[in-house]
Structures are given as C-alpha cells and as structure tokens.
Ligand binder design. Structure first.
Ligand SMILES: [Zn+2]
Length: 317
C-alpha cells in the first residue's frame, strides 16, 4: 500500500499541475493586435465576452490570440506584477480565457516582448540606450520610441508575467511579439559585450548581440512557460525561424502584404518553413500599412487568395 500511494500521486500529479491535456493544433485562427493608450477612459466597458466568443465559435474559430499585455505596456488581466490598464474595471483576459475554455477555443496570450511603453516610463533603466545616449528612438511617433533591453531586470519581469498567466489562466499558448534586435549600449549590455570581447562601438556587432539577447530571452520564456505547462503553443515573433526552432512549438508568419512585407514574402516563407520540420504554421495576413491604420479592411478577394495560397502550402489560415 505504501508503495502504491506514491505511485498514484505520481500518476495524478501531472494532471493537477498541467491544465491542458495536449498541445492544440490550430485550424482556424484569429489574431487581435490591440494596443490601447492609457488615457482611453472606457476599456472593455461594452465588451460582451459571451457574445464575442459565441460569434467567433460560430465562424469556426478554434484558436484565438488575444492581448494579455500590449505594446503600450498595459495589462488586460488581474496582474500582481504588471500595470493593468487604468480604466479596465474587470479581468477582461480572465473572463475571455474562461469563456474560451468552456467553448473549446484555444486561447493564446499575446505579450509584446520588445516594446512596453508604460513599463519603460516606470523603469527607465529597463529601456534600450542608443549610441548617442538617447533612450528615445526614431521615429518618435510610433510605439518604437521606447524599446526594452532584454538584459536588464525587464527580462525577469517579462518572464514573471508569462508565468503568472500560465499559472492563473487556462491558456493554450504564448505569442511574444516584437523580439527585435534593437541595438543597446546600456551598462548591462556593455558589461556583457566587454566580457565576450564584442566591440560595443560597432553597430553591426551590437545589433548581433541584441539578436543573441532576444533569442536567449525567447529560450528562457519557453523554459519558464513549459515548466508550468509542457503542452503550450509558443512562438516568438521576429527572431529567425531556424534560430528559435528549438524553443518554439509552432510558427506564425506575420505576412501583411500591403505593408513592408510585400507580395513575395508569403510564397518564400511558406516554402521555407516546410523545410524546418513538422510544426503547425499559421499564415497571419491582414491590413497594416503603418501604425495607426485602425479598422481598415482589405478586399475579400485578396484575403481569400493569400489564405488559399498559404493553405495549399501547409499554413493554416
Ligand atoms: Zn541593454
């Protein structure tokens, strides 16, 4: 009997710790890229979680990516670590997670890894520092004006938010956006570059170091999240696909042809990703000419053409 009890605990424990039974295979996906200024006075006030999830379920959506923390640094869930949007009066992400869980929709938490304006304002030592000593970047009228250093205490903060969400909500994955190689010569980065023999006066070398730092953070996010739930879909936007393939469990191809991506991006990426192994691959198309292009729609014919092309090449719409 003494031997049997620990054996039973050993069998049952994984099911208690890990809420998701198996990794979700996305079929029809929706991606919400919402970033809300702190001054907006009524965030979520008229958001009907049940009507919203009923509607997307009726559309056949089985996979939803929704912002848990946006690039303005605002959190949309009850966080003990981050900055909840000041006008949001309830746990929006939490209610959504509950409804999705009940209705069989896999929910992935969006967090912006490279930009977090409000957190950068609160912790100026977390932001990147450019060669001329500026914390601000150009152009200033975009969310890129304040970018985050992957080697400061910001990295622990971001990982802690991922852990907080993985523990407290029935999420199926994480989408970490904007892990771009922003060159940084802050004291933390310079110290490590000196130790590694990297010329921190050379833009190319500093940019390469930033790429290395972004990948290291991506790997640590993967390790922290999968320790809590080994069946998560995890993808980091911007680092190379091959480079992150050991610590991502699916790929998304952000491919917005009317923007900087162009129309040649989808054919090349759809073929290339087939060479990397058996990963679920999502084709994320949409309209994005530039920041602030709110509510714009693309012609149905264009969307159909891109989604069908992707589908024929193994990318889910
Ligand atoms: Zn730095």
């Amino acid at each position: 009997m003494k031997k049997i009890i620990p054996f039973v605990i050993y069998l049952v424990l994984p099911f208690l710790v890990y809420p998701q039974g198996k990794i979700h295979t996305p079929k029809y996906c929706l991606f919400y890229d919402n970033h809300t200024m702190p001054a907006i006075p009524d965030v979520g006030e008229n958001f009907d979680v049940e009507a919203f999830t009923d509607r997307i379920k009726a559309c056949g959506v089985d996979y939803l990516t929704f912002h848990a923390r946006c690039n303005l640094g605002m959190a949309y869930y009850d966080t003990k670590i981050g900055i909840k949007h000041p006008s949001l009066k309830y746990d929006l992400f939490g209610q959504l997670a509950d409804a999705c869980n009940r209705k069989g929709i896999a929910l992935t938490a969006y967090l912006n890894g490279g930009i977090s304006s409000a957190e950068g304002l609160k912790h100026r030592e977390w932001t990147t520092l450019y060669f001329d000593g500026r914390e601000y970047r150009e152009p200033r009228f975009t969310p890129y004006v304040r970018t985050m250093c992957y080697n400061t205490a910001y990295r622990d903060h971001l990982i802690a938010m991922v852990e907080e969400i993985a523990r407290n909500y029935p999420v199926s994955g994480f989408f970490i956006d904007c892990l771009q190689n922003f060159p940084c010569v802050c004291p933390v980065c310079v110290k490590e570059m000196k130790e590694k023999g990297i010329d921190w006066n050379n833009l190319n070398e500093v940019t390469k170091f930033s790429e290395f730092s972004a990948l290291r953070l991506a790997e640590d996010i993967y390790k922290a999240a999968t320790k809590i739930n080994p069946n998560l879909l995890i993808y980091h936007n911007n680092p190379g696909y091959e480079e992150q393939s050991k610590f991502s469990t699916y790929f998304e191809v952000e491919c917005l042809p009317a923007g900087a991506w162009g129309y040649e991006y989808l054919p090349v990426l759809s073929h290339y990703l087939r060479t990397l192994g058996d990963y679920p691959v999502l084709n994320m198309t949409g309209r994005f000419y530039d920041w602030g292009d709110f509510g714009g729609l693309r012609p149905g014919e264009a969307i159909k053409s891109e989604l069908l092309y992707g589908l024929a090449n193994g990318m889910r719409p």
